[in-house]
Design a protein around this ligand. Structure first.
Ligand code: HEM
Length: 299
């Protein structure tokens, strides 16, 4: 199987588009590097961008399982593996750039990692990703049998470690880390709700969206409060203003509600509810368009 073909070795447009999508951030980073757009510290900037993309791809990878179920699109399973491998590749590039930043002095790299907690956490996440990537082949799946699923559940812990590493290295603005953490919490809460209660997917998403938004806001307030002494009320109040763009908690809530709406519309269109709503709305608009005299005589 290549990045362009499915299991039957036939051309797959979905896999090809995914591969192109996975390459885009790398090409964009490379292009910006070449154009001098990453100055004054191009390697450090590229290190940041590859780390960010690795984590983003991990969160996208986790979102693909529920998306596969909502959209009833089993082929998404084909690209989940590709996205996971993409996350591992960006993490590998991230470490390589760190080695470049240390002028290829491996002893210095090792000593830095040993002396800084956030780098140790990053290394743990990277080793986890390497273990998952190396067992992502069909042969490994057959060899490991039921243990494969248990091993690959480690992706949740690895994402958690990656997020912790992201928070710990952040200097002042943690918005990007809070947003990714919020989306991760949204996915986890959704799984938990569905596993515990027999509710519809759209209701589970509404609940998960609300709970994850509250957790995201708490995390943001707690982080700024502990790291910079900023009052939690000021941080919470900032979430009510969208002049500088919506805050992470608002985006997490919007994501949960938008997904719930999409799932509900899809389910309703299957059961004919959408058709009934549409017919009802159409009938009302026809009645409203009648002349006023006809409307009043109709009572
Ligand atoms: C041995 C492994 C790793 C090393 C040595 C490492 C090193 C670093 C360094 C030096 C920074 C920048 C810190 C600064 O500017 O002060 C950083 C940032 C970051 N790393 Fe790593 N990292 C590792 C693994 C990972 C992994 C596995 C992930 C993702 C799953 C990751 C995601 C990130 C992110 C998201 C950032 C911040 C990017 C931003 O500021 O936009 N790192 N890392």
């Amino acid at each position: 199987m290549t990045p362009f073909t499915d299991r039957t070795e036939r051309f797959s447009a979905l896999k090809t588009a995914t591969f192109a999508g996975l390459m885009l951030p790398a090409l964009w980073i490379g292009w910006r590097y070449g154009a001098g757009d990453l100055a004054p510290l191009p390697v450090k900037e590229a290190l940041h961008l590859t780390g960010l993309w690795s984590l983003r791809l991990l969160v996208i990878c986790l979102a693909l399982t529920p998306a596969q179920r909502f959209l009833a699109w089993p082929k998404l399973a084909l690209v989940r593996r590709m996205v996971g491998l993409g996350a591992a590749a960006y993490a590998g590039a991230h470490l390589s750039l760190y080695v470049v930043m240390q002028h290829f002095d491996l002893a210095q790299v090792a000593s830095e990692i040993l002396s800084r907690r956030y780098l140790q956490i990053g290394l743990l996440a990277l080793l986890g990703l390497a273990a998952l990537a190396s067992t992502s082949t069909d042969a490994a799946l057959r060899r490991l049998g039921a243990r494969w699923k248990t091993l690959h559940k480690a992706v949740y812990a690895i994402t958690g470690l990656g997020l912790l590493h992201f928070f710990m290295q952040a200097k002042i603005d943690v918005s990007a880390a809070v947003l990714l953490a919020g989306l991760f919490i949204l996915l986890m809460t959704y799984r938990l709700v569905l596993a515990r209660r027999p509710v519809s997917a759209s209701r589970a998403l509404v609940f998960a969206g609300l709970a994850a938004a509250a957790a995201t806001l708490t995390l943001e307030c707690a982080w700024y409060g502990l790291a910079s002494g900023i009052s939690p009320w000021r941080v919470a109040a900032a979430n009510l203003h969208i002049v500088h763009g919506p805050r992470p908690a608002v985006l997490v809530l919007a994501t949960g509600l938008a997904a719930a709406l999409a799932v509900w519309v899809r389910a309703a269109s299957k059961t004919g509810t959408m058709k009934r709503i549409w017919t009802c709305l159409n009938r009302r608009s026809v009645l409203d368009r009648r002349p006023a005299s006809a409307r009043s005589s109709a009572g």
